[in-house]
Design a protein around this ligand. Structure first.
Ligand SMILES: *Cc1c(COP(=O)(O)O)cnc(C)c1O
Length: 393
């Protein structure tokens, strides 16, 4: 009736078909798929915590006393001590009044944007923002204005020319396909001057950026006052660098209460399993106690970038563990990823329209669990393949 078959076929013909690999090992830099071992450069487990013994211990301990599921939504009996303990620890870590747990970052973004703005209001977003921020804006019914990537003049023009009762400027902290950082200090200043709320989605920065791992707010020396006076709100995920699952929003008491009262993707969903909250709590302890993981990761990023320069590999400008290599063509990006896979190296091609046509790339992510020799193995293979395909001009 819907002729899905021809729609799927068209996607295949366009070289855009996506498929899943099924791994038969835990997450890590070495993974097993279909009986073959791979060195992985595609995980968001930046600090190597997903299979950390302390997190595993926490999840098992908690499940043995709290069971498997939360059983209900937070407002209808599903909120338990492990959730509460985690929220308080996260608020203390971020230096905010409150932190509110969500089942996923996707749901947190929907809740924030739909609870805080509606018809007649405006949401300004960086063009390269994550899909969940775009979806949240559409669901909110506020008017969505997208500004050019990290372009503060464009944003300033929009803020000067468009008025509304309530305005939010939403930006990724670390852009997920490019790896560059948002100019948070400038965004925040524009927000203060124009009476807008700055909402930063730090899915890829939390745990990784800053001395303490507080993320994009830490590298921008953001003061707690910005949270307290309601100019700033941030969302961080727990499923990436934290190696666990879920997300939280950190902000003022007033904003957090508003999310509890009006955030539909907070209210109408089952609370996270308490054991998952316990794993995240353990992750918070690990990132605080094991600062060497962040330092090692920073060292690997530097090593990777100079190794790319030596081999003439066109790595994009990024200081985060997301290190994309520009290929500029869908078919070639896919072909290179496939050849790397044959060599036991796992990297994914990011095609248009996920990224702009002409900026197709390999999205390489680094982890504190990598070694310099892993990076050498990847880049030697990549340089050879690119030379073969004369993708290096
Ligand atoms: C991964 C990601 C999300 C979604 O978080 P989940 O917890 O995986 O749902 C939101 N925003 C950005 C920028 C992300 O990279």
């Amino acid at each position: 009736m819907f002729d899905l078959a021809s729609q799927l076929l068209a996607r295949k013909k366009a070289g855009l078909y996506r498929s899943r690999l099924t791994s038969s090992s835990p997450q890590g830099v070495h993974v097993e798929i279909d009986g073959k071992e791979y060195l992985s450069f595609c995980s968001n487990d930046y600090l190597g915590l997903a299979a950390h013994p302390q997190l595993i211990h926490a999840i098992c301990e908690c499940a043995s006393s709290w069971g498997a599921g939360a059983g209900a939504s937070h407002l209808l009996g599903g909120h338990s001590e492990p959730h509460e303990m985690l929220e308080q620890a996260l608020a203390a870590f971020m230096g905010t009044d409150r932190a509110l747990l969500f089942s996923t970052g996707y749901m947190a973004n929907l809740a924030v944007l739909t609870a805080l703005v509606g018809r007649g209001d405006v949401i300004h977003q960086d063009r390269l923002n994550h899909a969940s921020l775009i979806d949240g804006a559409l669901l909110s019914r506020a008017s969505l204005k997208r500004y050019r990537h990290a372009d503060m003049q464009d944003l300033q023009g929009q803020l000067a020319n468009i008025t509304a009762d309530r305005r939010i400027v939403a930006s990724d902290g670390v852009f997920s396909m490019d790896g560059d950082l948002a100019p948070l200090t400038q965004i925040l200043e524009l927000c203060r001057n124009n009476g807008a709320l700055c909402y930063v989605d730090d899915a890829h920065g939390f745990g990784v950026l800053g001395d303490k791992g507080r993320g994009i707010v830490e590298v921008n020396n953001v003061s707690c006052r910005d949270y307290d006076d309601g100019h700033l709100l941030s969302m961080c995920t727990l499923g990436k660098a934290m190696g666990s699952f879920g997300a939280f929003v950190a902000g003022s008491d007033e904003i957090i209460e508003t999310l509890i009262q009006h955030g539909r993707s907070y209210i109408y969903t089952t609370a996270l399993p308490p054991a998952i909250a316990a794993a995240s709590y353990a992750a918070l302890e690990v990132i605080s106690a094991e600062g060497w993981r962040r330092q090692k990761l920073t060292g690997l990023v530097d090593y990777f970038r100079s190794a790319c320069r030596q081999r003439n590999i066109p790595v994009m400008d990024s200081s985060s563990p997301i290190q994309p290599v520009l290929i500029r063509d869908n078919d070639q990006a896919v072909a290179i990823a496939e050849r790397l896979k044959q060599l036991g190296l796992l990297v994914f091609a990011i095609r248009s329209p996920t990224v702009a046509a002409g900026s197709e790339r390999l999205r390489i992510t680094l982890s504190a669990a990598h070694k310099e020799t892993d990076i050498d193995a990847l880049l030697d293979a990549l340089a050879n393949i690119m030379e073969d395909l004369s993708a290096i001009s």
